[in-house]
Design a protein around this ligand. Structure first.
Ligand SMILES: NC(=O)C1=CN([C@@H]2O[C@H](COP(=O)(O)OP(=O)(O)OC[C@H]3O[C@@H](n4cnc5c(N)ncnc54)[C@H](O)[C@@H]3O)[C@@H](O)[C@H]2O)C=CC1
Ligand SMILES: O=C(O)[C@@H]1CCC=N1
Length: 279
C-alpha cells in the first residue's frame, strides 16, 4: 500500500538551502497543507530564495532553531561539512530524537550516528533534481532504529516529489547515486551536445533546444510507459541503411557504451571515497 502523509501536521526541517533542498521543497510545497517546512542556512541569500517560494516557510541562519521540535530533519549540506554541522546538534538530537533523513552522497549512517551521539533513527536517501518538477527518483535506506511509521513518513515525504525505491543494503546507495542521483547531469550533457550539433547543422538555437528537449521527454515517456525494453524501442527507430544507423555507428565507434560504464563506475567510486574520507 502507498504510504500517505498523515493528517497531522508534520514538521520537516531542512539544514542547507542549496540546489537539492530547493528541488525537494518546491516539489513538496503542493502538499504543504500537511507539511510545515523550516529551513536553515548560514547564507541569507539562499534563505531569501526559499522564502520567495512561500511566506509560510520558516527560515533561520540557526540550525538549532529549525530542528527544535521538528519531526523530521533533512540533512542537505555537502558531505564534507556534515560532521561540523551535526556535532553541535548532538544534545538537542539526543533529547528530541527526530527522524534524520540524509541526502548527502556517500556518508554512511554509522558516521552520521556517531556525529549525532548514536542510536538515532536515520534514513539515508539519494534523490535527484527532477524532484523540482515532481519527476524525481529517490533510493532510500533505513537503519535499524527507524520505526515502521518513520519509514512510511520518510517515504511519503519523498513520494511527494517522485518515485521511491528502498534498498536493504546501504552500499547499494553508491550505485543509486551513480545512476539516478548524478544521472540528470548525464542527460543534460547529452542535450547540450545534441543542441550544439543541431545548431551546427543550421537550426536556430531555440528550435534546436525545443526539438532536443521534447525528443528527450518523448523518449523517456515512451520507455517508461511502453512494455518494451529501451533496446527494442531503439531498434524501432533504426531503419536498415537509414539515418539513425549512420548516427549510432558514429556513437558506437566513439565508444559511447563502454564510456557510460566507466562514468558510472567513477561516480560510484567517488561516493565510496566520500564515505571513507568522512568517517
Ligand atoms: N545537487 C544534486 O543533484 C544532488 C545533491 N545531493 C546531495 O545533497 C547535498 C547538498 O547538495 P547541493 O544542494 O547540490 O549543494 P549546495 O552547495 O547547492 O547546497 C548546500 C547548502 O548548504 C549550506 N550550508 C553550508 N554550511 C552550512 C551549515 N553549517 N549549516 C547549514 N547549511 C549550510 C550552503 O550555504 C548551501 O546553501 C549534498 O550532500 C549532495 O551530495 C543528493 C542528490 C542530488
Ligand atoms: O555530484 C554530487 O556529488 C551530488 C550527488 C548526486 C548528485 N549530485
Amino acid at each position: 500500500m502507498t504510504p500517505q502523509l498523515s493528517r497531522k501536521l508534520t514538521t520537516v526541517a531542512f539544514i542547507g538551502a542549496g540546489n537539492m533542498a530547493r528541488s525537494l521543497i518546491v516539489g513538496m510545497l503542493q502538499d504543504a497543507g500537511e507539511l510545515q517546512i523550516r529551513v536553515s542556512d548560514p547564507d541569507q541569500n539562499q534563505l531569501d530564495v526559499i522564502r520567495s517560494y512561500g511566506s509560510e516557510i520558516f527560515t533561520s541562519t540557526d540550525n538549532q532553531q529549525v530542528i527544535d521540535g521538528a519531526d523530521v530533519v533533512v540533512l542537505a549540506v555537502k558531505p564534507q561539512v556534515l560532521r561540523s554541522v551535526l556535532e553541535p546538534l548532538q544534545t538537542l538530537a539526543q533529547k528530541q530524537q527526530p527522524l534524520f533523513v540524509s541526502i548527502a552522497a556517500g556518508i554512511r549512517e554509522a558516521s552520521l550516528n556517531t556525529w549525532l551521539g548514536g542510536r538515532l533513527p536515520i534514513v539515508r536517501c539519494m534523490p535527484n533534481t527532477p524532484a523540482l518538477v515532481k519527476a524525481g527518483a529517490t533510493g532510500l535506506y533505513a537503519n535499524s532504529q527507524v520505526s515502521k511509521e518513520q519509514r512510511s513518513l520518510a517515504e511519503s515525504i519523498l513520494r511527494t516529489v517522485g518515485i521511491t525505491l528502498w534498498f536493504e543494503d546501504e552500499d547499494k546507495l553508491d550505485a543509486v547515486t551513480a545512476v539516478s542521483g548524478s544521472g540528470p547531469a548525464y542527460f543534460f550533457l547529452v542535450m547540450e551536445a545534441m543542441q550544439a550539433a543541431a545548431e551546427s547543422l543550421g537550426l536556430k538555437p531555440e528550435d534546436a533546444q525545443l526539438l532536443v528537449v521534447q525528443t528527450a521527454l518523448g523518449a523517456a515517456r515512451l520507455a517508461l510507459e511502453s512494455d518494451q525494453q529501451p533496446a527494442d524501442l531503439r531498434k524501432q527507430v533504426t531503419s536498415k541503411g537509414g539515418t539513425t544507423e549512420a548516427a549510432l555507428n558514429q556513437l558506437n565507434t566513439g565508444g559511447l557504451v563502454p564510456l557510460f560504464a566507466e562514468a558510472l563506475k567513477a561516480a560510484e567510486q567517488r561516493s565510496k571515497e566520500l564515505a571513507q574520507a568522512n568517517t
